[in-house]
Design a protein around this ligand. Structure first.
Ligand code: UDP
Ligand code: MN
Length: 315
């Protein structure tokens, strides 16, 4: 009896020390009821698995009830980063308010806001177990630099505050709103979101960095999908490695006098080509308000708002 109790204690302790184990062992709470799964009936209009057998998450491919039950039992915590530098502070209120309604509702969530205007961060009432922390960052007169420095700041945030304390992290664009559930179905080791603009195109047409001198280079016959720079995530250890690698490649490119076509999005795409994401989120997870809805999109969960670039960017 004594030994058993000790073993139970030991295994809980091990879970706290090593959050990676959470992703590997899924325990369903007793007595859960949810629809019977099928391997012959399901969505036929979309592909829900990649060639390396990672799930592609679409509405109708998962049970929200079951996933919430599994992950609530693990008492996971989720961090999110969002950058609101310069005039982009104007998007923060809607982002935070809609995150309260749709992003990991019922879970421990900690949103880190990076801004040069800490006094203008709106007061948003957060639910139990949910909080916002504001971190000051310098202003910049080049939007490319703001966008690109995100990887460095994400890397440092993970090293200084999140590693071994938080399980998962998502890094999101601020110029967007949640419109539908974004929850435990999105959890995975390394998680990417397919860009809504190119998912029906031939890969040779993707806006990857095409100059071989850049460390973000992807050849015309290479690449799986075109992923968004505006939303990615996963276990903090995985996102740490991604951010560190993309930052280094971006900085080494800069030393050689080259800036990839879409800054950190290009480096992220190169990274995801080599390091395959273990979960891929469909464009439901980052749509664009100006795009007409396509028939395979049954729900828009998160979407970029229409913005006037000339009026809000510093250059
Ligand atoms: N950003 C910012 N201030 C700026 C430019 C960009 O805070 O002046 C941040 C913000 O989080 C934004 C992200 O960088 O969502 C990416 O830039 P943007 O949304 O303009 O790129 P797009 O989605 O239009 O490609
Ligand atoms: Mn954006």
């Amino acid at each position: 009896m004594k030994i058993r109790r000790c073993l139970v204690f030991f295994s809980l302790y091990r879970c706290d020390e090593n959050p990676a184990v959470y992703d590997l062992h899924l325990v369903s709470p007793d007595g859960m009821t949810y629809s019977q799964p099928s391997i012959v009936n399901g969505r036929t209009d979309v592909v829900s698995v990649t060639p390396w057998l990672a799930p592609v998450v679409w509405e109708g491919t998962f049970s929200a009830t079951l996933l919430d039950g599994i992950y609530q039992r693990q008492n996971i915590s989720v961090a999110a980063t969002v950058f609101a530098v310069g005039k982009y502070i104007m998007f923060l209120k809607d982002f935070l308010e809609t995150a309260e309604q749709h992003f990991f509702v019922g879970f421990r969530v900690h949103i880190y806001v990076f801004t040069d205007r800490p006094n203008e961060v709106p007061e948003v009432k957060m639910g139990a177990g949910r909080e916002v922390t504001v971190q000051s960052v310098p202003s910049s007169n080049r939007w490319q630099e703001i966008s690109a420095r995100r990887m460095e700041l994400i890397q440092k945030l993970i090293e200084e505050r999140l590693i071994n304390k938080v399980n998962y992290i998502f890094c999101l664009d601020v110029d967007s709103k949640f419109h539908g559930r974004w929850g435990a179905e999105s959890l995975g080791g390394l998680v990417s979101v397919i860009h809504p603009g190119y998912y029906k195109d031939d890969r040779s047409k993707f806006p990857y960095e095409r100059r071989p001198t850049s460390r973000a280079f992807v050849a015309p016959a290479d690449g799986d999908f075109y992923y968004c720079g505006g939303a990615f995530g996963g276990l903090v250890q995985e996102v740490h490695l991604l951010a560190k690698t993309c930052r280094k490649n971006f900085e080494d490119d800069a030393k050689d006098g080259i800036e990839a076509a879409w800054q950190e999005e290009s480096h992220l795409n190169r990274y995801m080509w080599i390091n395959k994401p273990s979960k891929v989120l469909s464009p439901e997870y980052l749509w664009q308000d100006f795009k007409p809805k396509e028939p395979e999109i049954k729900i828009i969960r998160f979407s970029g708002v229409i913005k006037n670039y000339a009026a809000i960017r510093p250059n």
